[in-house]
Design a protein around this ligand. Structure first.
Ligand code: GLN
Length: 553
């Protein structure tokens, strides 16, 4: 048995009955509470699907791909983990069945198993346990919270649950804790909350040999005493460890506060013998108040291709919320389908917004709509924030309509364009493999003194996360600069263009990287904060103008 590092405590969060119960947010919120009690917390996710990582999955399947400093392309729950705690995650913190089997098969091919028959138990389960020990050793945390993707009862989840059962046995009682997040539905015809799905899902866990210590009941109605007692009795969990978890009314950031009221952190700390302490939630509460009841509001149009998907631009929406709170302003996001802008009346669709944001994306669907939106923002003084593809679109639009480069485009959309202002670098041209083949993770960028970005970051050098294949074509740098485009950020050796700006515009900043991955509730990202401030200034200006017009009429 491997020696246990530090006196690390391990919390495993499983889900039952249905998916989409908000396990990730529950795990992240527990992380917040434990961190605010003074513990060093790291969260991680185990995903039982066979993809090696979500990098090659469609946003329709998977929502956003969240990118870490080290370039790992991970599940979007890792975004919640980083936003809800101060832990900086690495590729070790998102394990999939694909990675597990890839490693096991590589070891088998190398002969590491010394001729043994390679089996799910013990080889696959050892690989999974090995990852938890490895993380525990590397991060030196007081508490490691591991969320298991999927729903208990899924065939592909079984090796993970068996591994966790063994792991809990190895580290011994009092060092591992299982939290099961379940659904307690209200059945209108009976006028009752029903506990049977919870009972059955926990029976499934116990069949595997896991007895949860805490049951987190997602429910639309309060869990009254009789329901709590029933779950307690039939699931073998003390009634104080049956925790009610209803939808929080306004914002996901209320969840840690809600769970603290429900005493989740007390139960967890008690069961794991973690020292008594009151979490210091003052800064968090203050942030939540600013999110819920701000003085102002502003309307930001997000022009994208996956606009109908709730999760495709998750980190961007969260970063806008953080920046809104910093500006004492509610950000109302208007989701605008790029294809509608391509075909329809641009003015009609974009007139009501105070700022336009074009997020990242792949493929040419709706691309001309995004170019039109960028043009509209540039020519109408509407604050514009381009992210990744949004920066490439801004460059294309500027090249075509200001620098006079007719037909300028990215070679992603037009291989034969006369002016490939965005193109593949030579090293990307030979890449045929799709997974993990982009410019990924943190890259350092130097900012140009006097630029808006420099002023916002208040720093000459920054580091930001990337996920893209195509780049600003430096052959066009002089021409575009001569036409008025400001290269506000570039790689320290000057080769890669990272930020472009228009200086005479109220706010026109576009970045090749993804700033949304570094924004947190109380440390909003400076570019988002600047953008929302500019949008708010526009809104207040328009309102003032309308008031004056009314007085004068
Ligand atoms: N499709 C573009 C590229 O690969 C932009 C990628 C993105 O926006 N994440 O470079």
């Amino acid at each position: 048995m491997p020696t246990q590092p530090r006196n690390t405590k391990f919390i495993f969060v499983t889900g039952g009955v249905v998916s989409s119960l908000g396990k990730g947010l529950a795990a992240a919120s527990l992380g917040t509470l434990l961190e605010k009690r003074g513990h060093k917390v790291i969260l991680q996710k185990f995903d039982p699907y066979l993809n090696v990582d979500p990098g090659t999955m469609s946003p329709f399947q998977h929502g956003e791909v969240y990118v870490l400093d080290d370039g790992a392309e991970t599940d979007l729950d890792l975004g919640h983990y980083e936003r809800f705690t101060s832990g900086v995650l690495s590729k070790l913190n998102n394990l999939t069945s694909g990675q597990v089997y890839e490693n096991v098969i590589a070891k088998e091919r190398k002969g590491d198993y010394l001729g043994k028959t390679v089996q799910v138990i013990p080889h696959v389960t050892n690989e999974i346990k090995g990852r938890i020990y490895e993380v525990a050793k590397k991060v030196d945390a007081d508490v490691i919270i591991t969320e298991i993707g999927g729903t208990v009862g899924d065939i592909e989840g079984l090796p993970f649950l068996e591994a966790l059962r063994q792991f809990a046995h190895e580290v011994g009682p009092g060092n591992a804790l299982f939290i099961h997040v379940t659904l307690v539905p209200y059945i209108g015809a009976a006028g009752e909350l029903k506990t049977k799905p919870t009972q059955q899902s926990i029976a499934k866990l116990r069949e595997i040999g896991i007895q949860p210590h805490v049951v987190l009941c997602r429910s639309e109605l309060p869990i009254e005493r009789d329901v709590r007692e029933k779950i307690s009795m039939f699931c073998n969990v003390p009634s104080e460890a049956v925790i009610e978890c209803r939808d929080v009314p306004h914002s996901i950031y209320e969840l840690p506060l809600y769970l603290q009221e429900e005493k989740l952190d007390d139960i967890v700390c008690d069961r794991l013998s973690l020292p008594e302490a009151e979490p210091d939630l003052s800064a968090w509460k203050n942030f939540v108040e600013r999110v819920i009841d701000p003085q102002h509001e502003t309307r930001i149009g997000v022009v994208g291709k996956y606009i109908e998907l709730q999760d495709a631009y998750k980190s961007i929406y969260e970063a806008l919320t953080h920046a809104g709170a910093a500006n004492d302003c509610r950000v109302i996001v208007e989701r605008i389908d790029a294809e509608d802008v391509e075909k329809g009346d641009v003015e009609e669709q974009l007139d009501s917004v105070d700022g336009l944001l074009i997020p990242g994306g792949f493929g040419d669907r709706g691309i001309e709509g995004k170019v039109r939106a960028a043009e509209y923002a540039r020519t109408h003084g509407i604050p514009y924030f381009g992210i990744c593809l949004g920066m490439q679109v801004a460059t294309i639009e500027f090249a075509r309509n200001v620098a006079g480069l007719v037909g300028a485009n990215s070679t992603e959309f037009d291989q034969g364009t006369a002016h490939p202002v965005i193109c593949l670098l030579d090293e990307q041209k030979s890449v045929t493999q799709k997974g993990a083949s982009m410019r990924l993770g943190s890259w350092v960028c130097d900012l140009r003194p006097g630029s808006r970005s420099f002023d916002l970051y208040k720093s000459a050098t920054i580091s930001e996360r990337h996920r893209h294949r195509f780049e600003f074509n430096s052959d066009y740098r002089d021409q575009l600069e001569a036409a008025g485009l400001v290269i506000a950020g570039s790689a320290p050796d000057g080769t890669l263009v990272e930020i472009v700006e228009l200086p005479k515009h109220p706010f026109y900043v576009a970045a090749q990287f993804h700033p949304e991955f570094l924004s947190k509730p109380n440390t909003p990202h400076p570019l988002f904060t600047g953008f929302v401030a500019a949008a708010l200034a526009r809104r207040l200006g328009v309102q003032k103008h309308a008031r004056e017009a009314a007085v004068n009429s």
